[in-house]
Design a protein around this ligand. Sequence first.
Ligand code: ZN
Length: 260
Amino acid sequence: MHTQFSWDAPRGDMEATCRRAVQIGLPAIAFTEHADHVQGVFDDLRPLDVAAYCGEIERCRGLFPGLRVLSGVELGEPHRFPAESAAVLAAAQVDRVLGSVHCFEWAGRLIDASQLDALPARDAPAAMRAYLGESLELVRSAQPFEVLAHLDYPKRYWPHDELAYRDEDYEEEIRAVLRGAAARGSALELNTTRGAEPSRGLCPGAVVLGWWVEEGGRALSTGSDAHSPEMIAMGFELASRLAEAAGFRPNDDPAGYWLR
Ligand SMILES: [Zn+2]
């Protein structure tokens, strides 16, 4: 999840999040702050302040000794920004690295999947394929990340009222990304999008979890993707039901599942 150190989380608060985690009985929490470098897409993008972030992690570990606090980063499109991403990792020495795609090429420029709702609904399938193509570049790159984040992120912004989203329409493209992720030994994130309605917020859903197993995937990592304290662990009940139905069982890694 994210805190005030992520550029898009103005309501983030690491200390309050740890307090909430203890309150609801979580044994551990992982903070995976955004490290994004794409230019010209977001107005409010700012670089991760690695030193301040690491300082706050240490302070919170001291304040909440009973909570296991993992540090982390979510590298946005690191295959496009290898030098910038390497600099963040060299400075931060974090416990957990997520690799993610938010932005992909559309009509000759980069757009974020959240801008999907500004496109005509008929363009959504092609945009989804462009997104998955970008994800394939990511998993085939040599970028060092352990968890592939929100595999089908555009679903959050899909024009569901006008056009049904079906995993099967993108099976070939999704399976290619899953094969690449399995080949590099990555875990697949089961992102619950802070408990949003499952067709929009469960990234990915049950069908794709089945494909993950078939393509050689062995590990899952659940994440609420919360950007404020009250949203942590939202949707985890549903996620654990899906994970277990797909043959995964919890391990002792925070939010981790291995194939049975
Ligand atoms: Zn993300």
